[in-house]
Each structure stands twice: as C-alpha cells, then as structure tokens.
Design a protein around this ligand. Structure first.
Ligand code: EPU
Length: 419
C-alpha cells in the first residue's frame, strides 16, 4: 500500500491545473446507460473512482474507451445485469446506475451500497424517487429490486425531504426517459447537478430549472450521441486554495471558478487569506496571520462538507478558536484523532468540533480513512515540523489526480513510497 512522506515547512508557490469534477463525471458515466447512442465526456480527471465506475458499466456489456482526458461510453449493446455487491461496495456512487437501468429496461437489481466511514448514508431517497415515478421497489438479501409493471416509468411529482445530491441525480436521469412530465422539488443545487443536466440535454433530454430547487423534466423516448465537457472540480480547487493558505503561499488555480466557491472564499477571507479571480482561474495568497473562523457545512450554496476536513486542518494553526459544525454527514470527523496526533487541539461534541489553534504542528505517522479526511491530513503535514507519514493513501487516489506531484511542482517536499 502506498504512503506519502511529507516534510513540512515549505511555502507553496506557482500554479495548479484544476481538472474536471469527480462528483460530476460519476453520475454522467451512469447516465450513459440511458442511451443506446455513445456519450463522450471530456476533461475527465485521472482518478480511480472513474475506473471503478467504468468497470461497473462494463458488467452491463457497455463498451468504454478511455483516453488521456476523455471517456467514450457506448451502452448500445447494454443488457440489464445485476450491479453486484463487490462493485457497488467499493464506491457508493455505484447506486447511481439504479435510476438509468430502471428507466431504460423497466427493471433493475442493484446491491445496497452499505455504510461507509463518513456515516450510515442510506439510499431511501433514491428508492422513493423511483416509486414516485411508478416503480415498485423492494429490498431483499442486500439487493434493491425495482420493477415497472407498465415497462416504462411515468412522470410524477418528486418532493425531496432533503436536497440530496444523489437522489436528485437519480430523479433527473430516471425522469429523462419517463412518459410525460416530472417535477423535482427541493432539488440539490450543486453545480454538478447543473452539469449533469447539461450533459443530459446534450443527449436530448428536456430539462428546465437545472441548478435551482425546482426542476421540470419532459420525458423523451430516445436519446442521441453527445459530447459533454465537465465543469472544473470545485472541491479540488478548494483543497489547493487551503493548501496555499495553510503554507502562507501564493497559488494560481487554473480553470477554477470563484462563483462555485463563494462560501469557501468568504470563509478564507475572514481567516485572513486573499482570494481573487484572474483571467485563467483563481489566485490565492496569504502573507499575514491566520484567524479562527466558524463554519457550518450545508448543501450548496453552503460550505461544502467535502472541504470540512481541509478547513479544519487550516484552523488547527489559526489564532483563536474555531467552531466547525457538520450537518450533512453524521460522523465525518475521522480526521480529528489523526490531526490530534500531529499536535492539533480539537474537542468533539456530537457533530460539532471546537478547534483551538496551536503555534505549531509536529510530524507523526497518521492514517488516511476516507478521501477528504486523507487530504486534510496531507494539508496539515505541509506545515508540521519534521517528516509526517500518511498511510493508506489509496483513498486520495480515488478523487485527486496526482495530488503529490501537483504539490511537489509548487514546492512541497513529498515522497510517495510504493510497497
Ligand atoms: N441521504 C439519505 N438518504 C438517501 C440519500 C442521502 O439519508 O437516499 C443522506 C446521506 O446519508 C447524507 C445526506 O443525505 O447524510 C447527503 O447525501 P447526498 O445524497 O447529498 O450525498 P451523495 O450523493 O451520497 C455526494 C458526493 C459526496 C458529497 C455529498 C454531499 C458524489 C459521488 N458524492 O454524495 O462526495 O459529500 O454529495 O455534497 O457526488 C466525496 O467526494 O468525498 C464525497 C463523499
């Protein structure tokens, strides 16, 4: 298992290329199942979750072709196979094949993804969405069985009790091939949802209101060949912004968009970091001291849960105390004890962390537990005195393309050790 050895204390300077969004490409790969015509997606990040999602589609007889920056997915000869536990277990986003399979074939059998390190993460909303569109859904022996007696889903009104990203994506994809009109209320508004809608529209779907709380979908019978260019990854961009901030550095994030990071940018500014748009993306700089800032994670446009661990790493060396409240996932604090090993002073009470800034962090051996927790540890290690070893970094490779190489190019001292 690979590990990273990081010697802290280097300021980051230079530029980093931000790639297409991981959380946009995964649903779009699933969306290819809706169509018998090929879908080409460009600006695809080289991360292992993409490989896992493509492997899942290959189970259905889908032809996939991956080049340096694009994937082409041809589900023309797809068959309605079972989405097996060993594949869906690896990556929760595997549940996203459920909606497209039911919409195209009238039935589906998909393994329950189970829990994961950041919380229970049930899929009940995905199932309710399909029921609202006329499917009969049951769970037996760890598998979801969904059937449409009429053979085709029927447009309906979907009211989400919580703006879940995944359930909104299931709703959009399933409604695309349903008969008649569907209305999705309290929809998630993340930019990745609007990007999925753009991709589906390029494929021939009829969607209005993407990116807002109310979306209208007019079902169509068939879809056409399409090409879609992914939007930049706001979480990758936010992670490098915090890397610049924590090291007192100066980074330009190429292709990053400030409008997708408004809440994060505001929190960084309150902490004493400068952030401004440039012709090529975003500039981040910090020269003064860091001040403690409180944050609450919320669905978009609130502060993203996917940047909570990174922001907490930043707060460990700020002046003062910061209150960090997690409202999206109940137990997304796996990084807290590991940050403690680096000398951070954090106390946890339920879903709230109190971070008292310390003068310096000190190197230790730490363990990565999930994607964002892992990267939070890497950011802390960039300023810890001495040599920190981050173990189990396969989590990082799931969602960050060449993280260590990109950081090294900006001046970080990092070695990857492969065993
Ligand atoms: N939830 C339910 N029932 C459902 C679906 C969700 O109770 O049927 C709950 C979840 O347990 C969670 C909350 O609702 O507490 C939010 O879940 P949501 O459905 O919005 O999240 P997701 O679609 O499972 C995506 C991202 C996550 C990101 C969240 C929140 C992808 C592939 N994953 O997950 O990304 O944290 O939205 O923004 O898009 C990551 O990239 O590290 C990551 C975990």
């Amino acid at each position: 298992m690979d590990r990273l050895i990081i010697r802290g204390g280097k300021r980051l300077e230079g530029s980093v290329q931000i790639r297409g969004a991981k959380n946009a490409v995964l649903p779009q790969i699933a969306a290819a199942l809706l169509s018998s015509a090929p879908l080409e997606i460009t600006n695809v990040p080289d991360v292992s979750d993409v490989t896992t999602m493509l492997a899942l589609l290959q189970e259905f007889g889908v032809a996939t072709q991956r080049d340096a920056r694009s994937v082409t997915i041809d589900a023309g000869k797809a068959t309605n196979a079972v989405a097996r536990y060993d594949l869906v277990r690896k990556m929760r986003a595997g549940i996203l094949v459920l909606g497209p399979l039911v919409a195209r074939f009238g039935s589906a059998r998909v393994s329950l993804p189970g829990g994961c390190a950041i919380g229970a993460r049930p899929v009940d909303l995905h199932l309710k969405v399909l029921e609202a569109l006329g499917a009969t859904v049951g769970v037996e022996g760890g598998y979801i069985n969904a059937n449409v007696s009429a053979g085709k889903l029927k447009g309906g009104r979907i009211v989400l009790p919580f703006p879940s990203m995944g359930a909104t994506e299931t709703a959009l994809m399933a409604a695309t091939l349903a008969r008649g009109e569907s209305e999705i209320l309290n929809a998630a508004r993340e930019p990745e949802i609007a990007d999925l809608a753009l991709c589906l529209v390029a494929m021939g779907a009829k969607i209005e209101g993407a990116g807002t709380q109310r979306m209208l979908v007019q079902g169509v019978d068939t879809l056409r060949p399409a090409t879609h260019h992914l939007l930049p990854d706001r979480i990758e961009a936010g992670t490098y912004a915090i890397a610049a901030a924590i090291t007192g550095g100066h980074l330009e994030l190429l292709d990053a968009r400030l409008e997708h990071l408004a809440t994060v940018g505001a929190a960084l500014e309150r902490a004493g970091v400068q952030i401004w748009p440039t012709d090529r993306g975003l500039m981040i700089s910090r020269s003064g001291r860091l001040s403690a800032v409180d944050i609450v994670t919320e669905p978009y446009p609130g502060f993203p849960t996917d940047l909570q661990a990174q922001f907490m790493a930043l707060m460990t060396i700020a002046t003062g105390a910061s209150v960090i409240r997690e409202t999206v996932f109940e137990s997304r604090f796996m990084h807290v004890p590991e940050l403690g090993r680096l000398g951070a002073n954090i106390s946890l009470q339920g879903s709230t962390a109190l971070v008292r800034g310390v003068e310096t962090l000190r190197a230790a051996e730490v363990m990565a537990t999930d994607l964002r927790a892992s990267v939070g540890l890497v950011l802390a290690a960039l300023v810890a005195e001495g040599e920190t070893t981050v173990h189990r970094i396969y989590h990082l490779d799931r969602g960050y393309e060449a993280l260590d190489r990109k950081l090294v190019q900006c001046g970080a001292d990092i070695r990857r050790v492969t065993e």
